[in-house]
Design a protein around this ligand. Structure first.
Ligand code: ATP
Ligand code: MG
Length: 392
């Protein structure tokens, strides 16, 4: 029996004239994600993409697993391909759904007939097929309101399709459809989640990470690279920029008041990020900050940080509790890596009493006592870039 995977679009069905662009982006993302699994034909019609494997031994379970992580998709399912002939639909439904219907108590049939030339109308298909299934599976009764299994028959252009599962898709918009942004990626729990959340809105992510050897170790950087690799499952390819930050941190320590260390450091991080973003065509910055989580994440501190920003700063975790962030981190499989105990540059030279309500003019005055510009330029010049992509 021939099986395919049906993919139903999410929010992009609302996109009117632009829908085609979103659809093309989604198709491209699916193709790239499935490339290592074999050859597929992808066709799109009526807010659905049909993924047809061109080889017999394709692992459709793995196809569903991968496509389930692609943004822009509301739901997906494996479906059996039938002739547009009710006899064939009947015979194949019984065989294809044997397992699931043998183990269910209640069901209903749902029919969608987009080919109006098909001789049976939808209610007729439901009634006839329902009757056949009731006869073949005596364990079943019909429940139209709350069935355990919904058997769906879709009569479309070239074929009819039968399926009984509806897997929730990753939602959101196809990655790339909203442009590109630069994620400040630490080894912590929050920033990988922030990257995931913006990718869900169609943003193609690049990542920037600051290292301060010898205060931070190679292992700490490797941990962040592992996080980057894990994020590719959802975000697609990621350009990873690694910034040498030691000299800047030492200069802050030697030249600025201790209570302002963190805020000034964050302003310099933002400055460097913007210069990299400009070269990389990233239109915004993304951080994992959440209001009130630590001293540098009060509204007053964020205002001092944002004062140096010339492009939007997105903080998708801003209103979330740590427990909510952790739930997502577990779901996207970054949590276990994030909690490995390696130091981050943010924890080097932390002030004993950080200012929680810094005033911008005080910060600016303190920062102006030292000319950071040559060090900023040097850090940008010495930034190293790597790319990460789906491993499989
Ligand atoms: P996270 O769990 O994401 O590390 P956090 O709650 O530990 O966040 P901070 O350490 O204050 O908070 O960092 C706030 C944000 O600054 C992070 O979410 C991240 O976006 C960015 N950031 C922190 N350290 C680094 C770093 N070494 N490289 C890049 N970005 C960083
Ligand atoms: Mg952190």
């Amino acid at each position: 029996m021939k099986e395919i995977v049906l993919v139903k679009y999410g929010e992009m069905v609302l996109k009117g004239l632009n829908k085609r662009t979103f659809e093309d982006m989604l198709t491209k993302n699916i193709k790239r994600r499935l490339k290592s699994l074999g050859h597929f034909q992808l066709t799109s019609a009526q807010s659905t993409t049909y993924i047809t494997p061109l080889e017999d031994d394709t692992d459709l379970g793995e196809v569903v697993e991968r496509v389930g992580k692609i943004f822009g998709i509301a739901a997906l399912c494996r479906a059996c391909v039938c002739e547009k002939d009710f006899e064939d639909i009947k015979v194949k439904s019984v065989e294809y759904l044997d397992d699931i219907l043998s183990n269910a108590g209640t069901f209903k049939v749902n029919a969608k007939r987009s080919d109006k030339a098909f001789p049976m109308k939808s209610p007729e298909i439901c009634a006839e097929l329902g009757g056949v299934l009731l006869e073949k599976f005596p364990n079943l009764t019909v429940d139209v309101k709350n069935p355990e299994v919904t058997v769906t028959v879709e009569v479309r252009d070239t074929n009819a399709y039968v399926h009984a599962e509806n897997i929730k898709g990753a939602g959101g918009l196809p990655v790339g459809s909203s442009g590109k942004a630069l994620l400040l990626l630490s080894g912590g729990i929050d920033s990988p989640v922030a990257g995931y959340m913006m990718a869900k809105r169609g943003v193609h992510i690049a990542a920037i990470h600051y290292v301060s050897p010898p205060y931070t170790s190679d292992r700490a950087q490797l941990k962040v690279e592992t996080l980057c690799q894990k994020l590719t499952e959802y975000c697609g390819g990621i350009a990873f920029f690694c910034v040498p930050f030691t000299e800047i941190q030492e200069a802050i320590k030697d030249n600025c008041p201790e209570e302002f260390f963190t805020i000034i450091m964050r302003r310099l991080m933002m400055e460097i990020a913007q210069r990299i973003a400009e070269k990389d065509n990233d239109l915004a910055l993304i951080t994992g900050e959440s209001v009130g989580q630590v001293a540098s994440q009060t509204m007053a501190a964020m205002a001092c940080t944002d004062a140096v920003c010339r492009i939007p700063v997105f903080r998708p975790c801003v209103g979330m509790d740590k427990t909510e962030i952790i739930d997502i981190a577990r779901k996207i499989d970054t949590f276990e890596t994030s909690i490995e105990p390696y130091e981050d540059c943010c924890t080097v030279f932390t002030p004993r009493h950080p200012k929680v309500k810094p005033r911008l003019e005080d910060i600016e005055k303190a920062q102006s006592k030292f000319d950071f510009e040559p060090l900023i330029q040097k850090a940008v010049e010495n930034t190293e870039m790597k790319t990460f992509d789906y491993r499989r």
